[in-house]
Design a binder for this molecule. Structure first.
Ligand code: GP9
Ligand code: MN
Length: 621
């Protein structure tokens, strides 16, 4: 007998039910930050897009029983994946990654607490599974799909088109979402949990393959290169000057050198930092370059802690957090230092929750350590002034000596600031980004000044050295027109562009009295050897690509991550060589071109250490 009732293909029903459920989980059970209606929209469509792709494939299975089975098991597996992530999320505020699944690590930590992470109402997650199982078993005739070939192709084409549309919107809303690989929450928010897992598996397999095929045979060549080209002879006169002192490191968000000792609308942009340069306890480096790529802040951290280059694509914090490193925090830890990071953002951002332990940090005071509310936050979160203020209660209780890194946040693109926090007026040009940059830089300058005062008041100041470093550029080349107007230049040439990659570096040693401004060509790669030397720690058996800033026989060039090179005499960029001082193009520049080849090799050596996880074979320490 022919069955009566409405026929609804099982894959369509599964798509609707499963898509809706996934959306509800995203919206109400994970706390994903939604900043605008476009993000709301992407979050709404992506569960249905993924579900349609998964269940839509069932139309290619001709045998009814098998088709039903496919949908049944897919909805069950999909639900179990959501459920596992949900339980994991309740504990870690993060999504599961392949390394975690394989190594057990953090998953294992869940242990007995797993039961307390499961809620009664989680059972509702399986409602759609039950409906689908019931219909597919009892009313197969109502839900089975029999399409001609053209219908099947249509379903597939539609599902792929929707997926591409979803990715397109995601990339529009968050450029370089895939290549920068910076945050799992973003990926889940924009492309959904399932596509995130696929992405994570692909990324992981790529990393694993390179890992497996490396055998450490490249190490002697690299070590020889470091010994010949990088390593310096002898110690600097500042070796050990800060022995056993605390190191307070401030990573100043998006702070570029062009604002230092400069004005906007007749007002000083960074009055405190300008005075700090004049202070006899400060060494200031005016030709210090950031060397970051897509991983921005995290790349600058990577450079600072390892004296290795970050990767040309993606954030190494994300892609290679499981590697063996021999980073500054670990080395300082071996010398009895307590090492910690203060940063009011989610610990999963840039995968810091996994990378920091690999670098040897003891503790990370992330957003959960701070009281954040509407009043004390703007843009990316907690404002810098309350950030430093609230950090003091933790800092004052740390066991000394310590290495404490503070990462500021307010001076972050798009440079939002509440009126009440503005001490200087915006600039006036066609770029709102550049216009808004100055008041937020000033706010950060004031917050650092207040922090210095708090350090003095608490007695920490005299027992510490304080390093302040800009993490990377804040104003990209998209704003060149406005920038040329501000700098009173006709245009921003490739030479100017390189010079705009300078970020300030201050090394402040209370009581030292011999500080001065220096023009040494230097970069973030130099910090690890410099800090170790100031603290009087040797690291002969290390592989690194920077130098102590205070030794005379430093390698005399700095490489940017894109292969640009800077020396005292010239700048190599865009296949041309420019005079360092005048910015004129140099016609006769053999040494400049030769050096660019050396630099290519140096970057490749650093990359091969990371891709092959070569430090696991380097057992001399
Ligand atoms: C995020 C903060 C900013 O935690 O460090 O990162 P950025 O966008 O500057 O790389
Ligand atoms: Mn940054």
């Amino acid at each position: 007998m022919k069955s009566k009732g409405i026929r609804l293909p099982l894959y369509v029903l599964a798509t609707l039910l499963f898509g809706l459920k996934t959306y509800i989980v995203y919206r109400f059970l994970f706390s994903l930050d939604l900043e605008n209606s476009m993000q709301e929209f992407i979050l709404l469509i992506n569960p249905f897009v993924s579900a349609f792709l998964i269940f839509g494939l069932s139309v290619w299975i001709t045998k009814p029983e098998r088709q039903m089975k496919y949908v049944r098991y897919m909805i069950l597996i999909g639900t179990l994946i959501i459920f596992a992530n949900l339980v994991f999320y309740r504990s870690f505020s993060d999504f599961i990654t392949v390394p975690q699944l394989i190594q057990g690590g953090t998953m294992g930590d869940l242990g007995s607490s797993i039961l307390s992470l499961i809620k009664m109402y989680d059972i509702l997650l399986f409602l759609d599974v039950i409906v689908i199982w019931y219909l597919s078993k009892k009313h197969q005739e109502l839900v089975v799909t029999k399409y001609p070939r053209s219908g099947k192709v249509c379903a597939l084409a539609l599902s792929l088109a929707l997926l591409v549309g979803n990715f397109f919107l995601a990339e529009m809303e968050r450029p370089q979402l895939f290549t920068r690989a910076f945050d799992r929450e973003y990926l889940v928010k924009y492309i959904g949990l399932f596509n995130y897992h696929v992405y994570d598996v692909v990324l992981h397999s790529k990393v694993k393959t390179q890992h497996v095929f490396a055998d450490g045979s490249e190490l002697p060549t690299i070590k020889e290169y470091v010994d010949n080209v990088i390593e310096t002879n002898g110690e600097s006169e500042l070796f050990g000057v800060a022995k056993d002192k605390n190191v307070i490191f401030i990573s100043a968000e998006s702070l570029q050198t062009f604002v230092i000792n400069n004005t906007v609308n007749g007002q000083e942009v960074t009055p405190f930092l300008n005075r700090l340069i004049e202070d006899e306890d400060t060494y200031y480096f005016e030709n210090f370059y950031h060397q970051t790529e897509q991983g921005k802040t995290s790349d600058s951290e990577f450079l600072t802690e390892n004296s290795l280059y970050p990767l040309p694509r993606g954030a190494v914090f994300y892609t290679h957090a499981q590697n063996d490193y021999y980073a500054l925090p670990e080395m300082l830890g071996n010398e009895g230092y307590h090492t910690t990071v203060f940063h009011a953002n989610n610990d999963s951002f840039y995968n810091r929750d996994q990378m920091y332990p690999s670098l040897g940090f003891d503790h990370f005071y992330d957003v959960d350590a701070y009281e954040v509310n509407d009043y004390n936050s703007v843009g990316w979160g907690l404002k810098d002034k309350p950030f430093f203020e609230q950090s003091m209660k933790y800092l004052t209780t740390l066991t000394e000596p310590y290495y404490a890194k503070f990462i500021t946040l307010t001076n972050h693109f798009p440079f939002e600031l509440d009126e009440m926090d503005k001490s200087i007026e915006r600039y006036d040009s066609n770029s709102n980004t550049l216009n808004n940059y100055f008041p937020t830089v000033r706010y950060m300058d004031e917050s650092i000044e207040e922090f210095f005062q708090m350090l003095k008041d608490s007695g920490i100041y005299d027992k510490s050295i304080i390093i302040i470093m800009g993490d990377h550029y804040g104003i990209s080349s998209n704003h060149n027109k406005a920038m040329s107007m501000y700098l009173e230049k006709d245009e921003i040439t490739p030479y100017d562009h390189v010079q705009l990659q300078r970020v300030p570096l201050f090394i402040h040693i209370p009581g030292h009295g011999k500080g001065e401004a220096r023009s040494t060509i230097s970069g973030q790669i130099d910090l690890k050897p410099t800090i170790l030397s100031l603290l009087g720690i040797e690291h002969k058996d290390d592989i690194y690509f920077g130098n102590d800033l205070f030794v005379d026989d430093r390698k005399d060039y700095i490489a940017l991550r894109n292969g640009d090179v800077i020396t005292n005499d010239y700048i190599y960029t865009n296949d041309s060589c420019y005079d360092f001082t005048s910015g004129e193009v140099l016609e006769e520049a053999d040494t400049c071109f030769e050096l660019s080849e050396t630099v290519k090799k140096e970057l490749e050596y650093s990359d091969s250490i990371i891709y092959g996880d070569l430090f696991r074979f380097f057992d001399s320490r």
